[in-house]
Each structure stands twice: as C-alpha cells, then as structure tokens.
Design a protein around this ligand. Sequence first.
Ligand code: PMP
Length: 358
Amino acid sequence: MPVYNFSAGPAALPGAVLARIGEELGDWQGRGVSVMEVSHRSREFVQLADRSEKRLRRLLKVPDKYAVLFMQGGATGQFAAVPLNISQPGEIADFIVSGYWGEKAVAQSRCYLDPNVIADGREHDYRRLPECTPESVDGDAAYVHYTPNETIGGVEYRDVPEVGGVPLVADYSSSLLSEPVDVSRFGVIYAGAQKNIGPAGLTVVIVSDELLGRARAETPSVMNYTMLASAKSMANTPPTFAWYAADLVFEWLEAEGGLDVIGAQNARKAALLYNTIDRSDLYHNPVWPAHRSRMNVPFLLTSPKLENEFLVGAESAGLRYLKGHRSVGGMRASLYNAVPLAAVEALVEYMREFERRA
Ligand code: PMP
C-alpha cells in the first residue's frame, strides 16, 4: 500500500530526490564519503552552491539585481533579520496580517521598530483575507510585510498587494516554488525550506540589491544580507546537507517542467480536494472560497466526534499527518509540490468512503 504524506512541514520530499539521496549517501561525487562529511569550502561543495543558486534563479526567473541567499534560522529568524537589515530604529513598517504567522512577524518586529498593522484578517477569524489598498500604505514606512500563504489558516493571496513605492516583503515559506511569481514586485522574499524547498535548516532569501548596504550596525553577521551576499552565503558553515537536498529538489522541479507545470498540477490537486469537501455533507472548509490556499487545506467534520475515527482510518489507509494544527483543530491536508495527484485521489476516495459509512 502506498503511503502519502500530507504533513504541513517539514513535509513530503519528491520520491526521486529521496532515492538519489539514498544512492549518494555513502559516496557523493565519487569521493567515497557523504556530502555531510565534506568542507563547505571544498571544490565540490562550492560547485553545488553555485549550481543551486543558478537553478533557483532559473526556476523563479530572478532578475539579476536580486541577491539569492541561503541562510539559517528559518522564517522566524527572518522576522528579526528583515527589520535589522532594511529599517532603522524608530522607523515604522506596515503589516498586512492574514493569520498566525503574520502575527508572529509583527510581534518580533516590535523589538526593532514600530509596526503598524494596516490590514487585519482577525475580525473574520482569518477565514478571509484582509483587503489592502495602496492608500492604506504609509509612504514613509520602511517596508510592507505580508504572508502570501498562511499555512495554518489556509488562506492565500492570489494577487500581489499594490503598495506603491514602498518595498514589499513576503514570507513565502509555504508557497514559494508552488507556481511562478514575479520577483520584481518584491523587495525581499524569504522562505523556510521545509515545505517546497527541502529539509529544515535552510532558509532562502531573495533580496533586491537596492536594499543591501542598509543593515544596522548590531546586525549579527549570519543575518546580515549584505555580508552574506558578498560571502556567497558562506559567512560561516551553512547547513550543507539541507542545501544539497534543496539543489536536488530544484533539479527535480526543472525536470518536471518548471513552475508553470507544477503550478497547474497544484491547482488541479487543490480543486479536487475542495470540490470533494464542498459537495459533501460531512466535511466543511471554513475559508471564503476566493481566498482558499492551494497548499494547505484545513477541513472540519460536521460531527467532531468522528474526527478521531477519521484520522485512525486515514492512518491505516496510508494517509499520514492529516491532523489539523493544534490552534484550529480538525484536519489539514498540505498539498505541496512533492504530494502527487495520486495522493489527493487516494485522500478523496477515503473521504467519500468514510462519509458513506458515517
Ligand atoms: N511563516 C510561515 C508562513 C510558516 O508556515 C512557518 C512554519 N510553518 C513559519 C513562518 C515559521 O517557520 P520556521 O519554523 O522556519 O521559523
């Protein structure tokens, strides 16, 4: 029986990538040792680092004037790195808050600047995206921050907010590489790797060179975009294994046909699951339909006492990690790139069967 992994993160990796890691584990590049055991300054690893940056640039069509950084500290580290790098003490930054992660970004920024929430989805329990117009943006703000996809609430912006001339910063942790994106609209894009990029431990940052050279003096060097850009992300020892695996994921994405192809597949997977939920009497997705996430699909059972039975049955059908986030309960199916259509087909078949029996 196949096993399908719907984990929200760390999440499924492509089977082909896992197989390759297995093959190369004891002998990477004919060196007779694993990638985990070689210096990040070795010729082989430096080549990998260059290659992975080129692949990521090709996949996302990153304009030349952007630096691509491979960092550590996760998206949570970026909640601090962004204000340290692109704002000065006493400045304000505008925040569009559409869920749990946006709230976290605001809270951390408060240590460094004066956050101003210009749009807040909380009044709709984060089941709808707050509207943001260019008029609500403060022209003097150091930046505007938002979360294109909220992993817990399951809401996703399909359009990039219009923010006038203020740099736009996006926490793309749970949707980067899930479809094409126009990088030129952003000042900073960041994403923890553990959803669509690779194993945890690596954080991808894409930053416009217009924003380099502005870091506060107290910025730790490992968080300093300008230093990292000139050190090719090797100010200190990077998470070499996670970086290696991310390079294999980029290679896999290119072989799959790139982000247009993967984006169309992701749309199909999400549509299949939402249609199944909407047509049933047992399952319910609380999110306003136009704001639903393609990556994370939370759903509730109209009869909550069946939830445990649903999860136990799913587990024995090989459908793993469907339990919802502890803050919202219910179920959540995460449909990242490495989750095949067959996984969603198996899930909806199980859901229909469970409803028939319920
Ligand atoms: N932002 C978003 C949108 C996330 O989904 C997550 C993790 N689930 C985070 C931030 C926090 O990421 P990390 O654990 O890498 O710090």
